[in-house]
Design a protein around this ligand. Structure first.
Ligand SMILES: O=C(O)C(=O)Cc1ccccc1
Length: 290
C-alpha cells in the first residue's frame, strides 16, 4: 500500500488528494507543515507528497514553488485541480448577537493558512475589520486551535470537513472573495502515478538564462513558438543567489517524450540556457475526478 504525506485531516489538501485516490486503499501521513510533507517523501517515509501549488485568487504559492525548486529534487508525478471552498468556523454560542444571529463583532481573532486568508481578504475587511489575523500551518490546524480554546471568541477559516471533525459551527459559508476558487495540486515522488490515466500530459521545466544575453527569453520562447508547443504558464522567480537574477518556471502542454519537445529543449540549451526538468506527468481536471 502506498503512503501519502499531506497536510492534516480536514485540510483542503487532504480533501483534494482523497478525490485523486478515490476508491484506493492508501496509508495517509498527516503533517502540520508543508516542509514536513515534502521531507516525508525525501526521507523515504512516504511514497508521495501533496503540494498545493497555485490558486485562482492567490496565484502561485511561492513558498511551495520554492520548496519544490530549491529544497528538494523530487519529480512531479501528477497534477489535479480541486475547489477551495472556505468557511468561517467557530462557536455560534460565542458569536451570537442579541437576536441570536451571528454577530461578527464578537469574533476577536481569525486563524488560518495564509493562502486561505488571502482568498477571503475582502470578506475579512468588510465583516471582521476589528479581528486580529493569525496564520497557521494549514486551515485544519486553525480550526483545531479554535476548538482547543473555547470562550476566547476565536474563529478559523477552513473546510466543512474540519468544522464537522472538530464539532464546531459554520458561522458563514462560502466566504472566498471570488466564486470558482480552484487550487492546483501536485503529487511529487519517485515513482510514476498509475492509479488513473489522463489523455492530457504536461511537463514542467526551469530555465535559467545566460547573463548578458539580450533577447535570450525571446529566443527561448521562439524555440517553443515555431514548433507550436503550447505553454500554459511562465513565471519568473528569484534564483536566491544574486539580486535581480531569475529563473523561469514553465509549464508545457505536452509530454516530455513527444518528439518536438526534446528538440526545443536542445535548442534552448544550445543558446547557453540551463534546463531542469521538474517532471512530465498526467493532468486531471476536477470533472475527470468526479
Ligand atoms: O491549509 C490547507 O487546508 C491546505 O491544504 C493549504 C491550502 C490552503 C488554502 C487553499 C488551498 C490549499
Amino acid at each position: 500500500m502506498k503512503t501519502i504525506a499531506v497536510l492534516p485531516a480536514g485540510s483542503v489538501s487532504d480533501e483534494a488528494v482523497k478525490r485523486l485516490f478515490a476508491g484506493e486503499q492508501m496509508n495517509w501521513k498527516h503533517h502540520r507543515l508543508i516542509a514536513d510533507v515534502f521531507m516525508s517523501t525525501v526521507n523515504g517515509v512516504s511514497d508521495y507528497s501533496v503540494v498545493p501549488i497555485e490558486n485562482t485568487i492567490e496565484g502561485s504559492v511561492n513558498l511551495h514553488v520554492d520548496w519544490l525548486v530549491h529544497e528538494v529534487d523530487m519529480p512531479i508525478q501528477a497534477e489535479w485541480v480541486y475547489p477551495s471552498i472556505q468557511n468561517l468556523i467557530g462557536r455560534s454560542s460565542e458569536a451570537a448577537g442579541e437576536d441570536g444571529s451571528i454577530d461578527f463583532s464578537k469574533i476577536k481573532k481569525v486563524i488560518s493558512h495564509p493562502v486561505a486568508i488571502a482568498q477571503c481578504l475582502q470578506f475579512l475587511r468588510s465583516e471582521l475589520p476589528h479581528a486580529e489575523i493569525e496564520t497557521a500551518g494549514s486551515t485544519s490546524e486553525g480550526v483545531k486551535i479554535v476548538k482547543e480554546n473555547p470562550g476566547e471568541g476565536w474563529a478559523a477559516i477552513g473546510t466543512m470537513t474540519a468544522a464537522d471533525n472538530n464539532g464546531l459551527d459554520v458561522l458563514s459559508q462560502g466566504i472566498t472573495d471570488h466564486d470558482n476558487n480552484f487550487t492546483r495540486f501536485l503529487l511529487v515522488g519517485r515513482e510514476p502515478f498509475t492509479v488513473r490515466q489522463s489523455d492530457k500530459q504536461k511537463t514542467s521545466i526551469l530555465i535559467t538564462l545566460p547573463e548578458d544575453f539580450p533577447g535570450a527569453l525571446h529566443q527561448v520562447l521562439a524555440a517553443f513558438a515555431w514548433r507550436k508547443i503550447n505553454l500554459t504558464k511562465i513565471e519568473s522567480r528569484p534564483t536566491k543567489k544574486k539580486l535581480g537574477n531569475y529563473y523561469f518556471y514553465i509549464d508545457i502542454d505536452m509530454a516530455l517524450d513527444t518528439v518536438l519537445l526534446p528538440s526545443a529543449l536542445g535548442e534552448i540549451e544550445a543558446l547557453g540556457c540551463q534546463v531542469r526538468i521538474l517532471g512530465s506527468y498526467p493532468s486531471f481536471t476536477y470533472e475527470q475526478l468526479q
